[in-house]
Design a protein around this ligand. Structure first.
Ligand code: RB5
Length: 149
């Protein structure tokens, strides 16, 4: 189950992404926003991150104008590894090296035809484990030291 969230800047792209996920029969849950009225991206990044923490959803996709604000918020939540990816290469490496569980997309810099291959490769790529797992363990240790929940 993929949790989706966006602000006004990402709304249009999120709607297109929903069509793609529906076509591919990939289940998703939409945490808003539901129109192009100006709103605040932390609301949606929080909802998506919490749904993953609660295991209601397995992965998340967040969309704002740059993907940056969304990823800053999502990474405040224990167990969330979010990266703003602008192309297929960064999306692949984000999964393989950092097991990114939330993909943040920059709607101002992507069309749906560029976003789909990014999502596809992120979903298809596998975490490489090995030394990369050691680094994720270091991140977990930092979370334990610095985060309440
Ligand atoms: C909203 O204006 C914009 O700041 C937001 O969509 C996002 O790009 C923030 O990082």
């Amino acid at each position: 189950m993929i949790a989706l969230g966006c602000d006004h800047g990402g709304y249009q792209l999120k709607e297109e992404i929903k069509k793609y996920l529906t076509e591919k029969e990939i289940p998703y849950k939409d945490f808003g926003t539901c129109n192009t009225e100006r709103t605040d991206y932390p609301i949606y990044a929080k909802a998506v991150a919490e749904s993953i923490q609660k295991k209601e959803c397995d992965l998340g996709i967040l969309i704002c104008k740059t993907g940056l604000g969304m990823s800053i918020v999502a990474n405040k939540f224990k167990g969330i590894r979010c990266a703003s990816c602008f192309d297929e290469a960064t999306a692949k490496q984000a999964k393989e090296h950092s097991n990114v569980n939330v993909l943040a997309l920059p709607a101002d810099y992507l069309t749906i035809s560029k976003a789909v291959p990014i999502i596809r490769i992120w979903l298809a790529s596998e975490f490489l484990n090995g030394r990369y797992a050691d680094r994720l363990q270091m991140i977990e240790d930092i979370e334990k030291e610095n985060m309440k929940q």
